[in-house]
Design a protein. Sequence first.
Length: 283
Amino acid sequence: MQNQPSNIDLHVHTTASDGELDPARLVALAADSGVSTLAITDHDSMAGLAEAGRVSAERGLSLIAGVEVSSRWSNMDIHIVGLGVNTGDERFQGRLQSQMDRRWERARIMAQRLARLGYPGMLERAAEGAPQGIPARPHFAEALVQAGACKDRKQAFQRYLAQSKPAYVKTEWPEISEAVRWIREARGVAVLAHPGRYKLTRTKLERLICMFAESGGQALEVCVATHGPEMVRQLADLAVKYNLYASQGSDYHGPSMRWVQLGKMPPLPSTCRSVLELLPLEK
Ligand code: AMP
Ligand code: MN
Ligand code: MN
Ligand code: MN
């Protein structure tokens, strides 16, 4: 088993985006799982942080204000995690609101496409699964499963929702450099999320990381639950080469994905400098 328990988890989701647990339950589970430093990183939203902060204080966890900003590069959706962002920054909140507007527009178009494919009413069904947020692709995937269109969510992505499939809607997310700038202007640390998940060749992965570093990006998510040992090694080397700090997170979305658990990920290689060095931690 290469994933190991850690008391640091800097990438998790709640019902403020596509996670299954509300912020209070997520924080309680993190505490029960031995996590003592937690960053909540919902997609384009910081709506879960206030509730998470209350429970973190009760349970003695250090909570880092996080967010996972959707961006675009080379015709792909790339995610940039912001850690330690100033939640009171109104300009940043406005920028997240513009992401939310794009998400609503995209959800409407996705539902229209699914209706044309023979599955009407998917926006309403998907919205039922996202009472605190905007229906994202996992909510549409679940709606398709409930409607009997697919056997599981994975199949829903493979058939309809993944990039280049018939219900995938290309979205005008900001460029990576812009997402990095938004995060840094809100006093956050910009982290390239799960670089191993984009299925890039070695050359293209390095090009992405080089461009991210040149744009002011500060850290790579080296240790993610779904990164294998070879990917961790490769990313650790690239972090050193491009003078980037290393982050670690499970990208936990909830109990239904049994293979991802809170606080479980590959350990940080000794050559890496932890992104926590850049973050002032508060209790
Ligand atoms: P969205 O933010 O609406 O673009 O949805 C992206 C989210 O969908 C990711 O954060 C994952 O939680 C999930 N996701 C992406 N690709 C897949 C896939 N192939 N199978 C299952 N879930 C996926
Ligand atoms: Mn997600
Ligand atoms: Mn992501
Ligand atoms: Mn994530």
